[in-house]
Design a protein around this ligand. Structure first.
Ligand code: GDP
Length: 445
């Protein structure tokens, strides 16, 4: 799968952090080292890896402490945010010309997926209510024009081309005529497919650059095969110097790519990734969202949503007070009840299960968590007097019986709760010294 190995490696790295109360500098260094190796093995460019791990390390060691999250979650969050950053930060949409037609030029190596992308883009634009036309300015490859015509037909979009199959001609002239044609026929987007070569060469760059000058496109999209690994950076730089581009399209993201190109190209070129191609079919195409791609790489499912919810429910100030209470042994069943209620604020526990990624077995932990237990616990505590809640020590047999009756539970359940509370208080006291409060009964997510 896309980024499969990288995803697994990062997940293993994070797994090693689970259950840690606090991260030592050595923990952070070890984690950063593993992330660094995982990224390098995924063919991410060294300069990008260095920057990335440098920032993760600095932030993980810094005092950017988020009390709602345990240390492992904090590291995941930092890695996620930094991934979003190297993927370009914000989503960048296609920019349309104020005066139609909008001219989009495609550039890239032969086999990168330009012609296929032209069809995908055309089909998508058509579905968005545009009237695109495809232009075959790839006169290099013998069957390029025919290929574009096939793609155009599949997309239901007209193709402007010189004589079909004609291997000669001037691509600059074709491109210029195509734009004129589009204006006269009122097409509102012109997609110009250009020739590619197997390797970067001066003539190719010159031709592409000349086409660019002749038609002054609104967008120049550099199409890059995500599977080409370390070569991606060199190729991207060559195209940036030779033609320059306004955006990047990653193609063949469906392959068993190690993903390095995807993770390097935006930060190395400073140009946003705008689209992703994920298959040979014309619908295998998506607008690129850096944040969604980052969570896909981390296989987080919607665990980030979960983290956000936890943050909202777990007010930091409240957490600090609780930690203090634990530390000073003044935590009571009333506080315990308040915590339970906060836990309920986080939404249905079972609902949250669905947001957890399946792959890495975090689900199991929550699967053991019984939501109705919270309700019964609430009932028990609510049947206690204020004194009993504050000083559980006074709970003798007859009081326990009374509470069990009042709450519709059994003495055994009352006993279990009191025991659990005492255990939790003891455990939390230890944890509180490390400054990281956790939710009783739940353990680290
Ligand atoms: P061009 O030379 O840049 O125009 O590249 P083409 O569009 O002709 O694509 C080259 C080959 O890659 C063709 O066989 C396409 O079907 C295939 N291809 C293009 N995009 C994708 C993609 O996103 N995923 C996969 N798996 N194959 C693709």
């Amino acid at each position: 799968a896309m980024f499969g190995t990288l995803t697994d490696r990062l997940a293993d790295t994070f797994k090693n952090l689970r259950g840690k109360g606090k991260l030592s500098p050595a923990d952070v260094d070890g984690t950063v080292r593993e992330i660094r190796r995982a990224l390098l093995d995924a063919d991410v460019a060294l300069e990008v890896v260095k920057d990335f791990t440098g920032r993760v390390r600095e932030r993980a060691l810094g005092d950017e402490v988020n009390k709602a999250l345990n240390p492992a979650q904090q590291v995941v969050q930092i890695v996620n945010e930094e991934l979003v950053t190297i993927l370009g930060g914000q989503q960048r949409r296609l920019e349309f010309a104020k005066q139609p037609p909008t001219i989009i030029m495609l550039a890239g190596l032969q086999g990168a997926g330009k012609t296929t992308l032209a069809g995908k883009l055309a089909k998508w634009l058509r579905s968005e209510g545009h009237t695109p036309v495809l232009v075959a300015a790839d006169l290099q490859r013998p069957n390029a024009v025919t290929q574009l015509q096939v793609v155009g037909e599949q997309a239901g979009v007209p193709v402007f081309a010189p004589e079909p199959g004609n291997g000669t001609g001037d691509p600059v002239k074709v491109a210029k005529e195509a734009v004129k044609h589009a204006k006269s026929k009122q097409y509102d987007v012109v997609i110009v497919d250009t020739a590619g070569r197997l390797g970067v060469d001066a003539e190719l760059m010159k031709q592409a650059s000349n086409i660019r000058k002749a038609i002054d496109p609104d967008e120049v999209l550099f199409v890059i095969d995500a599977m080409i690994g370390q070569d991606a950076i060199q190729t991207a730089r060559a195209f940036q110097e030779g033609v320059d581009f306004t955006g990047v399209v990653l193609s063949k993201l469906d392959g068993d790519a190690r993903g390095g190109a995807a993770l390097s190209v935006a930060s190395v070129t400073g140009r946003p990734i705008m689209f992703a191609s994920t298959g040979e079919g014309l619908d295998d195409f998506e607008q690129f969202h850096p944040d969604r791609m980052a969570s896909r790489i981390l296989d987080l499912g919607d665990i980030l949503t979960l983290i956000e919810q936890a943050q909202k429910a777990f007010d930091e100030e409240e957490a600090r007070k609780t930690a203090e209470k634990f530390a000073t042994d003044s935590f009571t069943l009333e506080d315990f009840l308040a915590q339970m209620q906060q836990l309920k604020n986080m939404g249905s526990i079972k609902g949250m299960l669905g947001m957890l990624p399946g792959a890495k077995g975090m689900r199991e932990q929550l699967d053991n968590f019984d939501e109705s237990e919270i309700t019964r616990t609430e009932a028990i505590i609510q049947s206690m007097t204020v004194q009993e809640r504050r000083q559980p020590k006074v709970l003798n047999g007859s009081r326990r019986l009374r509470i069990a009756k009042g709450s519709g539970t059994t003495v055994t359940e009352v006993n279990a709760l009191v025991n659990r509370f005492e255990q939790a208080a003891k455990m939390m006291k230890t944890v509180a010294k490390g400054g990281t409060p956790q939710i009783p009964g739940m353990g680290p997510i």
